[in-house]
Write a protein that binds this ligand. Structure first.
Ligand code: ASP
Length: 410
């Protein structure tokens, strides 16, 4: 049986077992006995992230060959990420305006929420340059690791021959990390099962029903974004059929859905992009680690939908200007969010503050955030993969064009 089929079976049987355990009142069994196996699987994937991101970005940046090509690829990647993210927030806002998830909701008395505050935008930007790259790696600060890796990669290119051994080392090191990923993935069907059972058991229908409408908005929004935006980009720009695309990244999507972490899913996303979508290693190792940290279409969509939802619950009307502010801060906030579970809820404070919405509204969402996280993380890594397909196709077209031009002139 193919691994992706096995992972899917793990997911579906996890949902069924979770529902049964929840219904018979055996939530404790799910939480105490099954969950640790899921955490173990998560730790195994997390173990690979920092070394993999660092090594693959160094290789990605240094194997592009010349700095101008790197700049071009980087430019395309960033533009793609920003535009699709802004679309995502907008879809979230529009759907929440249509479905009105918060209008009929009774505001619970004495709602309080003590969340960590998200850092401001200036602080986020300042923080991306690491004072100490080793500390950044030890703390898993992905943006800082990315910046340092890009410096190392570019410098390797500039140094040239003398740095060949350094490049060779990182190349081999990244391969070793891919191999570990492949080994860990053999456990994925069981890991996914163990991760999903406690989530379903703990968040059974009784927790979900009152908030069904906002769940609907986020899930429907993610689905629409995946169908509309990516069919335009993957099919239109990347010249790949949506069927091949979704078939290829399904294993990564299931892992994202059950781990709620795009960074954690990165090794799998890279494997799927290269092996199933035919994205070149050069593009994948540059676009995907960047995307796992800065590109979050799902999280952005969720920011838009939740901001409107909270405004509706409190009976506040957001003007068009305020809704545009949500698009802007939602896009920027999703860049600053780490690809770890629950990050979106923390950065939602930034969005709510920007338009003066009550932060207590977060308490409404906090209880079901995990369920929303599953959808948004899945969309997050889908967006990263779509960018890899688009950038790769455009680079390949460019190379083909240069080759034909060279053929014509010689
Ligand atoms: N869990 C998401 C991710 O890792 C981030 C978020 O919470 O929105 O992609």
């Amino acid at each position: 049986m193919k691994l992706s089929t096995k992972i899917l079976i793990g997911l579906i049987s996890g949902v069924i077992v979770g529902l049964i355990l929840g219904a018979v009142g055996a939530v404790g069994f799910a939480t105490n006995i099954i969950k640790p196996f899921g955490s173990m699987f998560l730790n195994l994937i997390k173990m690979i992230i920092v070394p993999l991101v660092f090594a693959s970005l160094v290789v990605g940046a240094s194997s592009v060959g010349d700095v101008s090509k790197l700049g071009r690829m980087g430019g395309k990647t960033i533009v793609y990420y920003l535009v699709t993210t802004a679309f995502a927030v907008t879809i979230g806002i529009i759907l929440a305006n249509i479905i009105q998830p918060g209008s009929s909701m009774q505001l619970a008395e004495g709602l309080t929420f003590e969340g960590k505050e998200a850092p401001g935008i200036v602080e986020t930007i300042l923080n991306i340059v690491p004072k100490n790259p080793i500390a950044a790696m030890a703390d898993g600060k992905m943006l800082q690791i990315i910046v340092f890796a890009l410096f190392v990669g570019v410098a390797i290119t500039l140094v040239g021959k003398k740095a060949e051994q350094v490049k060779g080392f990182f190349d081999g090191f990244a391969e070793v990390m891919y191999k570990i990923t492949a080994i860990v993935m053999e456990l994925a069907p069981y890991g996914v099962f163990a991760l999903i059972v406690p989530v379903v058991a703990e968040n059974g229908p009784s927790v979900l029903l009152p908030l069904l409408k906002i769940i609907l908005v986020v899930y429907l929004g993610c689905l629409l974004h995946a169908l509309i935006v990516y069919s335009f980009t993957v099919k239109g720009l990347g010249k790949m059929s949506l069927k091949d695309f979704y078939k290829g990244i399904l294993p990564a999507q299931v892992v994202a859905f059950s781990t709620c972490s795009s960074s954690g899913t990165l090794p799998v996303t890279m494997k799927c992009a290269e092996d199933n979508l035919g994205v070149s290693k050069e593009t994948a190792s540059f676009v995907l680690p960047l995307g796992a940290t800065i590109n979050m279409d799902g999280s952005a969509l969720y920011q838009g939908a939740c901001a409107i939802f909270i405004a509706q619950v409190y009976g506040l009307d957001l003007t068009l200007g305020q809704q545009l502010t949500v698009v802007l801060t939602g896009t920027l906030a999703s860049i600053g969010a780490a690809g770890v579970p629950g990050a979106g809820l923390i950065i939602l404070t930034m969005v709510l503050k920007s338009v003066g919405l009550p932060l207590e509204g977060l308490a409404l969402i906090a209880g079901i955030d995990r369920v929303l996280d599953m959808a948004r993380t899945t969309l997050n890594i889908t967006g990263d993969s779509s960018c890899a397909v688009v950038v790769d196709a455009s680079e390949k077209r460019r190379e083909a064009q240069i080759n034909t031009d060279a053929g014509v002139s010689s």
